[in-house]
Each structure stands twice: as C-alpha cells, then as structure tokens.
Design a protein around this ligand. Structure first.
Ligand SMILES: Cc1ncc(COP(=O)(O)O)c(C=O)c1O
Length: 394
C-alpha cells in the first residue's frame, strides 16, 4: 500500500473549493491595522489576535529593524547551543518581573512552548487533567507526555472534581487549562480550580495565550483578573497575540523552569527566536507597562462590541475577553456565513472541529484596541443582517 494513498483519496478541500465556500489560507494583500486588503478590497479585520494593536506600532517596528541590523536575521541555532543572545536573556528577565514569577523561559513558538513544557512536567506516573476545549497544542502535548490524561467537560468543575476523585491519590497531578479559551473566549474557572488544587494537591498550568496583555488590571492575564496569581504554578503565554511577535514562554519557580529548560526537546533541538521577534516582544512589553492606554482602548472596544452584539440579539455574555463566538451549525453553513460576512466587508475566522465540538461550527470574531467606532458599526451591521438571514437572531 502506498503511504500517499490517503493523500490521493483526500478530496474534501477540492469539494468545498468547487462550491466556492473554501475559507482557509485566505491571502491578505495588505495590512493597514484594523483594515486589511483581501481580493483587492479593503475589509475590516475582525479575526486577528493582535489584541493591543501593537504589530504596526512605530516603536515596535523600529525595535525589530534595529535588532535585525545589530544581530542579523536568524540566530542560526538552538538556545541550548549557539542561539542564546543577550536579548533572549534580558527578555526572560523582564517577563519574569512582569508575571511576578521567579523565572521565565522563551521558546520559538507558543505551540512548542506547550509541547515542551507540559510533556516534561507530567511524567510516567502522573495524571494530566485537561479541559475538553483546551487548545490543540495542549492536546498534542498530553499525547507526547508519558502521563495518563484525563479530560473533563469544558469549564465543568463538578466533572473535574469527579475525575480527580477517580484518580490515584498518590499520582502527581497537573491541571492544564486555557486561561481565556481560544475559540469561544470563555474564561477558565480559576477560583474553583484553586479550591480543587488545595483539596487534591495538584499543580496548575495555565495557557494564557489570549489572556496576557488583555485580562487583569495590568494585563498580567486571567490569574490577575481573578486575583489568583499565586495559585497558578506555571503560566504560559504566546508572543503572537498581544506581544506583536512570534514565540512563547513559560514562567514559574526557578527549579521548575530549569527542569523544563534542560529537558524540553522543543527548546533544545529547535532554533531560537529571531532577533527581530525578541526585540518586538520586548518593546511591546515595555509599552504594555508604560502605556496603559492600549489596554484601556481594548477594554472600551470590547465593552462597545459586546453591548452591540447583545443589542441586535446575539446571546453574548458580559465577559471582558475580545473573542466573540457565533455558532452557526454544520461546517458548510458556517463557511457560507463566513463568506457572506466577507462579502459585506468583514473578515472573521471560520471554526470547525476539532476547534469546537461537532455541530457547533461557526465564526470567531476577535477585536483589537485599534478598532474604530466605524469598524465596529460595519461589523455589527453585517452580523445583524446575516444573523436574521440565518435565523440566528429574531
Ligand atoms: C490557547 C493557545 N495556546 C497556544 C497557541 C499557540 O501559539 P502560537 O500560535 O503563538 O504558536 C495558541 C495559538 O493559536 C493558542 O490559541
């Protein structure tokens, strides 16, 4: 049997392309901040994770260019070997200070941060407790780890407690959860998790890719939002969202970070973050600390957007996250809804399984500090019109 047989049999992409509804890998021809150019037309970008709008901030762009001039375009090696530059070490120190943890450690992507850190922390005789709607890289990390993984229903603390009760008392336990869930924008129930942490003696690992820079008074994330920084043992973040770069980090106790640093293959055998990315992230962190107006603007946008979605009839909660998920139904309907939105000048992201459970396909809209009132008016007008057409609102 040819190993490529499955590739020749795979036709789903061609079928969806044939009916003109293929929504993935859409090419962006120009990026003007809250607007982008797609198919030669300017549309509102309501699908980016650039929450604080810093990817085009002049100081961030300048920092990336300066670092490239100074250190070159690539570090050409792993952190373990020739790829640790002084700027990586300085960034880690700044991140540890910001997150109020002893140490931080940077990886080249957020994806490999989870793969590396989770898979080495949870070993052979341990149990990983994982929310069913955790990000795919957490799922992959649990498969890579030698620990037993037990999933609990999304944000269902009774189910989590039941799963914990059924786990061997002597096993080491690592609870892993998104802080802000990436697809639906819901929050992990950290107060309940903290209670169960005490009861069962487990450790808590929060992937706060969508929370850092966004949640909490200082933008320190979901734990700060709940006033529970000390209950989270390891916090993980990505740089591809609020930090306007590419990469990821974990922060926690010095001994724990050192263990990850000397065991995670994704760190040891992968080239380090480029100088441009390190500098962009470092400058973004400076701006997050020195210019709270970026977070202030995001909060205003989120409040306005959520209020507007509610006004036109969508069942959107009063949360503070910039992610709004609109469930449409089956994949094809979601693709059609997505396409109709784009025709009305609004780019969002279609979401299907495994991003969400089967039958809950839809579109994910995400908002940025740089969205203007007229961007938001365009988004709401399009959602209202299509929401009625698709029977999602009255
Ligand atoms: C919750 C979560 N964790 C991790 C990642 C991976 O981060 P990155 O894309 O920066 O590698 C993502 C990215 O989409 C995410 O949403």
């Amino acid at each position: 049997m040819d190993v490529f047989a499955k590739c020749y049999e795979f036709k789903r992409d061609l079928e969806v392309q044939a009916v003109g509804l293929y929504p993935f890998f859409k090419t962006i021809e120009g990026n003007h901040g809250s607007r982008v150019v797609i198919d030669g037309r300017e549309v509102v970008m309501a699908g980016s994770n650039n929450y604080l709008g810093l990817t085009r901030h002049p100081k961030v762009v300048e920092a990336a260019i300066d670092a490239t001039r100074k250190y070159g375009t690539s570090c050409s090696g792993s952190r373990y070997a020739n790829g640790t530059y002084i700027i990586h070490v300085e960034l880690e120190q700044k991140l540890a200070d910001f997150m109020k943890k002893e140490k931080a450690l940077c990886f080249t992507t957020g994806y490999t941060t989870n793969m590396g850190a989770i898979s080495v922390l949870a070993g052979r005789r341990d149990v990983i407790l994982s929310d069913r709607e955790n990000h795919s890289c957490i799922m992959d990390a649990t498969q890579l780890s030698f620990a037993e993984t037990k999933k609990y229903k999304h944000d269902d603390m009774e189910d989590l407690e039941r799963v914990l009760e059924a786990s061997p008392a002597e096993a080491g336990k690592l609870l892993v959860t998104d802080g802000v869930f990436s697809m639906k924008g819901t929050l992990a129930k950290l107060p309940e998790i903290a209670r169960l942490k005490k009861k069962f003696g487990m450790r808590v690992f929060v992937d706060d890719a969508h929370g850092i820079g966004v949640m909490g008074k200082n933008g320190r994330g979901t734990a700060e939002h709940f006033g529970l920084d000390n209950e989270v043992d390891v916090v993980m973040g990505t740089f591809s969202k609020s930090f306007a770069g590419l990469g990821g980090f974990v922060a926690g106790e010095e001994r724990v970070i050192s263990y990850i640093k000397h065991h995670a293959r994704q760190l040891i055998f992968a080239a380090s973050m480029t100088p441009a990315s390190v500098a962009a992230v470092s400058k973004s962190l400076d701006l997050i600390r020195a210019e709270p107006e970026h977070l202030g603007n995001l909060r205003r946008v989120v409040k306005l957007v959520r209020g507007e979605f509610q006004r036109v009839g969508f069942p959107v909660p009063d949360d503070e996250t910039p992610i709004i998920y609109v469930k449409v139904g089956e994949d094809i309907q979601a693709f059609q809804f997505w396409k109709d939105l784009l025709e009305l000048g609004v780019y969002t992201n279609p979401v299907i399984t495994p991003g969400v459970p089967q039958g809950q396909s839809g579109v994910r809209a995400s908002f940025m500090a740089i969205h203007t009132e007229s961007d938001i008016a365009r988004v709401i007008e399009a959602f209202e019109k299509l929401g009625r057409k698709y029977g999602l609102i009255k």
